[in-house]
Design a protein around this ligand. Sequence first.
Ligand code: SUG
Length: 416
Amino acid sequence: MLAEINFDGIIGPSHNYAGLSHGNIASTIHLGDTSYPRRAALEGVAKMRANVRRGLAQGILLPHRRPNTDWLATLQTDVAGASEPLRAAAFSASPMWAANAATVSPAPDTGDGRCHLTVANLRTMAHRSHEWPETLEQLKLAFADQRHFEIHPPVWPAFGDEGAANHMRLAPRHDAPGVEVFVYGVRGKAFPARQHVEASHAVARFHGLDPDRTLFVQQSETAIGAGAFHNDVVAVANETVLFAHEQAFDDRHAFHADLRRLLPQVEIVEVPADRVSLADAVRSYLFNAQLVTLPEGGMALILPEEARETAPVWAWLQEMVAGNGPIRELIVVDVRQSMANGGGPACLRLRVVADPATIDPRFLVDEAKLDRIADCIERHWPEAIAPADLVDPALAEQVVRARAALLDLLDLAVLA
Ligand code: SUG
């Protein structure tokens, strides 16, 4: 009964471009742009709807309380009194990027046969460092059944942890024991490495993973320096397939050899740097695709429009699907509002392999529920946010009301 379920972060009503993520090139480029939260959230819903129509299991995570006045209060300030960057951090809709919510080890991999989730501390970026308490609250609700799930609080903030964005799982099938791969950073030239090796090791211990089937792999400094602030910007895995850029890892030969030893049937699809440069990989988010197994069999890559628009990337993809490889289909989605902050299709989702019947149904969606969510977004989400709007109390009120309407609709007022 185990299935892969994608939990997408619903894009919150305060979505805006504040240039908060140093090392994330899109975030820096779009600093000060006007954002379109309603359009952003509807793009997210459309992506989920398309996946549901393909027969994939779909879940949701909810926007957090914004502006986060409790967090500002811990710094003895409020929305009016905060400095501009602090105010923007309190408004950030960054919980939409659910791949950073937690690291997940499905039941077949863990010591006690339960699915383990560790909430990410996201301590490297101020605007993300205050996500974890609410993420923990939501995960404890969604995965409350302790016969099947264990939720761990974050790793001590001395060691940065950014969750599933730096974690890959390869397995013969989703429901079979797998090999878990933790990718950590050491340096990134001018940019910070956000995932600390000690955090990755701690998460593996929390989850009771078999050390013989767990790999710790260093992300290449070149990749971080090119703007791959998370591994999922340069690599993605699904079941037996690893899809990665040639320059994603510090020592790819050692990594591939380990993978082949632990999972002989692994298929490594590597994109050479002389076909797609790291710059084009980062610009197009080719690897921030959702690599999924379709119910009818075969794998598809769910890619952002930007991948189609980047000529070398699209040419390479056309050749790949025309060949005899494991990835048979390309599905293109428009998530431009999220992309402009450095979040592609894969950033927007957290993968959990579990029996859907063991999950709180309020966190699972079908098309009818997605229609109701879209209707709520249409009615309540701000159409546009310009940077100067963050000081306007009317915006804060609208953001609070919009979230409350969504929670009511989903029977989740307990999160209010
Ligand atoms: O943490 N952007 C996010 C994007 C996260 C993408 N996630 C994965 N790769 N899994 C980040 O850098 C920008 C917010 C701003 O600048 O307003 C931001 O937080």
